[in-house]
Design a protein around this ligand. Structure first.
Ligand code: PLP
Length: 286
């Protein structure tokens, strides 16, 4: 495998960053994960737009023009011969003696890109059976709309899910509303057939998959509401699912050990999953 590190393409085993990189010391860094399908980047433009926004929220400039970043993403995909999988990009505030304030004068930002193959059959099989989720209190900071690498609460939540035999953990806020999953957005279909997902405020990551699914659902004539929903609504609803670039639309069939409905993936989730890539973008239109 080959990784891109600060201007160089290196064998994976030799690719490293400095011990005083602020990404490593402070999680002073943001990232993106983009799906690769049939060798093409899915919704590259939207991912790079979100990266620009994350960088601006942490008061960093783009390390390269988005077009140049896109070229690096594609080159890493090519060098790793990834047909289907993901490409990961991280931008850090660079290397400086460990001290909380921004380095002054500014230092060069760090930029790394890696890619790996994922067998699409894995996701297909998971989607065929549906997944289990658990719930856990949302103990993250108030700006999770910034795609920061500070993911310790997400790591602990995902591990808790694994130990409970579940695929994902849903965070619940202080008002008993579900915010999102540890690495996915959360959705339900209510008893009335309304598709509901939480609004893209500061309490969730603005998933690219979420945005494409919202547009797809509207194109298909579904009724969509962007509003918070509770666990009780999940239990009373017709179906539930999660979305992310790495999982696409993934049906949820069990929450906190309790089976939802008949325990089978719902028709809305199945349909949205099957048409998702028709609505995604493979162009380079940033
Ligand atoms: N929510 C969180 C916390 C995430 O980490 C992710 C993706 O990694 C998502 C949602 C889904 O975002 P996207 O659809 O852009 O992959």
């Amino acid at each position: 495998r080959i990784a891109y590190v600060n201007g160089r393409y290196l064998p994976h085993g030799q690719a490293g960053v400095h011990i005083e990189d602020r990404g490593f010391q402070f999680a002073d860094a943001v990232y993106e994960v983009c799906e690769v399908k049939d060798g093409l980047l899915v919704d590259e433009g939207r991912h790079l737009q979100r990266l620009t926004r994350s960088l601006s929220e942490i008061r960093m400039a783009e390390p390269r023009h988005p077009a140049a970043l896109g070229a690096i993403l594609r080159e890493v995909v090519r060098r790793n011969r990834v047909r289907n999988g993901i490409v990961y990009l991280q931008v850090t505030r660079g290397v400086a003696p460990r001290n909380h304030p921004f380095p002054n004068p500014e230092v060069a930002p760090g930029l790394i890109v890696t890619a790996r193959s994922i067998n699409p059959a894995e996701g297909r099989e998971r989607a065929r059976t549906g997944i289990a989720v658990i719930t856990t209190p949302d103990n993250r900071w108030e700006r999770v709309d910034i795609k920061s690498v500070g993911l310790l609460p997400n790591v602990l939540a995902k591990q808790k899910a694994r130990e409970a035999g579940a695929f994902e953990a849903w965070f619940i806020d202080e008002n008993d509303y579900i915010t999102e999953g540890s690495s996915t957005n959360a959705w339900i279909v209510t008893g009335e057939g309304v598709l509901v997902t939480r609004p893209a405020d500061h309490s969730i990551l603005r998933g690219v998959t979420r945005m494409v699914v919202l547009e797809t659902a509207e194109d298909l004539g579904m009724t969509v509401e962007e509003r918070p929903f509770t666990l009780a609504e999940v239990r009373a609803g017709r179906e539930a699912f999660i979305t992310a670039s790495s999982t696409l639309v993934m049906p949820v069939v069990k929450v906190d050990g309790e089976t939802l409905g008949d325990g089978l993936p719902g028709p809305v989730a199945i349909r949205l999953r099957s048409v998702f890539h028709d609505h995604a973008d493979y162009g380079r239109n940033w």
